[in-house]
Write a protein that binds this ligand. Structure first.
Ligand code: ASP
Length: 324
């Protein structure tokens, strides 16, 4: 018995000193989509901003792409809960439970919530050779080409998948959806004209719109945006798609069971990182908005994700867009 008590005490000391030393080696942020895409972009900027408040350790981004974010998310859910493996994911945390029947993790119980990061609007973009020059002409082109239109996305459960499905449902039009491991390879094919259109995050599209590598037709937010590259785009609501709004957000997660002291250090570092003027400037330039401190509270973050699951599940169900 005495031996057992000693062992338990030693284990407790080990966990405490682990927390006191944290972080003493590189921290990895898993991005569940391909490198060079919108979530990767946010993660790399965030990694840079987190470095100083985490005592200067390296923060590495690990792209574990595939299955619309579920492979990378599952990897973090099963990782050692020591604070060295984190997940940056987006609205997929709230839409996957509605979109995918057998998720390999539980959004509400397999993670510690570290705080929200930003909100990112979405844009409707097409290949540069699209003959249409405005939304009316685009819908006419889509109608004329019924059965031949290819709509790209970043995989089942991704934001582009959700937005594209809702767009098809609003137009009552069936397009062939082409899933990629992330919006980065989808964007490459859109620029090359291998796919016709995509609903994608401004963190991936604003530079391409500005460089005229793709054509932009609308934003999926409820209000017009102010970012220079995007400010002239009408909202889909203005164009007649009543209530059409898809704005995505990112949050940071750790595996369930990460020691509370480590979580507190990560949360404090996240709050500092989100106030970094360089990070804010980069995000604003891409049309994204960094959240305020209140939304970086773990309880608020979790409450928001659960509310988003409750919001999106019936919409996804009503649009008949359930996937296996
Ligand atoms: N966030 C995804 C990516 O980074 C894109 C998406 O969800 O549509 O590729």
């Amino acid at each position: 018995m005495k031996k057992l008590v000693t062992l338990v005490a030693l284990a407790a000391v080990a966990v405490c000193s682990q927390a006191a030393d944290f972080p003493s080696k590189p921290v990895s942020i898993v991005v569940p989509f391909s490198a060079g895409g919108p979530t990767d972009r946010v993660a790399r900027d965030l990694a840079e901003a987190l470095r100083k408040p985490l005592g200067g350790v390296s923060i590495v981004v690990d792209n574990v792409a595939g299955a619309g974010s579920s492979i990378g998310s599952a990897k973090v859910a099963r990782a050692t809960p020591d604070g060295y493996t984190l997940l940056l994911n987006h609205i997929g945390m709230a839409t996957m439970p509605g979109l995918v029947r057998n998720l390999p993790f539980k959004v509400d119980s397999d993670f510690e919530y570290l705080g929200m990061v930003n909100e990112v609007p979405m844009t409707l973009v097409t290949k540069p050779s699209m003959p249409a020059n405005n939304y009316k002409e685009l819908t006419a082109w889509l109608a004329q080409n019924k059965g031949k239109v290819n709509l790209g996305n970043a995989g089942v459960g991704s934001a582009s998948h959700l937005c594209g499905l809702l767009f098809q449902s609003a137009l009552q039009s069936d397009m062939t959806t082409v899933p990629y491991k992330g919006a980065a390879p989808a964007m490459t094919d859109l620029i090359g004209g291998q796919i016709d259109l995509m609903c994608d995050q401004t963190t991936n599209t604003s530079g391409q719109i500005e460089a005229k590598k793709v054509k932009a037709f609308a934003v999926a937010s409820s209000k017009r945006l102010t970012t220079p590259a995007l400010k002239d785009l009408p909202t889909l609501q203005e164009l007649g798609l009543k209530d059409f709004e898809v704005t995505i957000w990112h949050g940071l997660y750790a595996p369930k069971g990460t020691p509370p002291d480590v979580l507190a250090k990560l949360n404090a570092a996240l709050k500092v990182a989100l106030k970094d003027p360089d990070f804010i400037k980069k995000q604003e330039g891409l049309g994204a908005v960094v959240v305020n401190d209140k939304r970086v509270e773990p309880a608020e973050h979790k409450k928001y994700v659960l509310a988003e699951i409750a919001k999106w599940s019936p919409i996804i169900k009503a649009a008949g867009v359930y996937a296996d």
